[in-house]
Design a protein around this ligand. Sequence first.
Ligand code: PLP
Length: 353
Amino acid sequence: MFDILPRTRLAFLPTPLHPMRNLGKELGLDNLWIKRDDMTGPGFGGNKTRKLEFVIGDAKQQGCDTLVTVGALQSNHCRQTAAAAAAAGMRCVLLLGGEEPDEYTGNLLLDAIYGAEIKFFPNEGFLPLNDRLASVVTTLEELGLKPYAVPAGAATPIGSLAYAAAIQELKQQLDRAAFSPERIIVATSTGGTLAGMIAGQHMMGLDAEILGLNVYDSADAATSRVRDLLQRMMREYPSLVEKFKPAILIDDRFIGEGYAVMGDPERKAIEMFARLEGVLLDPVYTGKAGVGLIQMAMSGEIPSDSPTLFWHTGGQPALFAYSQELHQRTAVGGSTDAKRKQTSEAGEVTDGF
Ligand SMILES: Cc1ncc(COP(=O)(O)O)c(C=O)c1O
């Protein structure tokens, strides 16, 4: 079905799908599973690697030799683009919102190791940096390069289609595992992942509610980004995505103190997944989606007998950029005590949520 799209194979697919029995038990959910798109590899994986297979396929088809993209200082998308460009034999130019730090860590350190050329834009948020892409492309063309602009998060119709393909992959896994989730929970920001999933849900007839937990701004703003992407997918790829009226479900209740701000709820969610399942969430995206899952399960908003799938979208290298918040707070009162509370006293784990 997706064979009509240009594609450069990069990801290790299918990503694992497995139950989370310990966390499910702690949250009172009978049937909780996880889809591990943190394991797409290369470059520590994450959701952007799927998108980049199609984006780089398109870039190569157009004869391009350089990827130019934008993101925050700790952008997972930029790190995965730098890794994918290296694997595909392309150059990579990154425009990052923020001041160059004295010390490179997390994703930024990996960007440098992958050989990306980095330009910093102090005081700029990552989505507005999209407006700078055109002029950088012109400059690179003047230098004799053949650049391909990748907007923030690879949130383009062709990039998003990768997540329609991911739903096809999931559907095959669900059939084999005899698991039918009523609800899929996924972190959203630029909206490409969610838009692709909604298209895929329609294309494959997947009977599950897909709930995007927005970590970036308001639910309204995110909904209009997703709607716009879906309309462009229908317009530009009518043979794949027939016209339909999408139901877009986005919740912004779990954004906490704001984009990329990690507070107590996120830290506790990260610790819960790590200590009960050995699964690492990230501080910016899946940490907040994890808070959403935990709060909705504990409040009864997700009924205990409702099969639920948490879609992991990666981002763990950013953990190292948040070591102060993660370590110092964990150390207060003794980490062993904290662990015992997490695993044995159901009442305690609600603290901070
Ligand atoms: C780890 C992680 N999860 C989720 C997202 C959100 O994906 P999207 O931009 O497709 O909405 C991102 C985006 O950068 C991310 O890095």
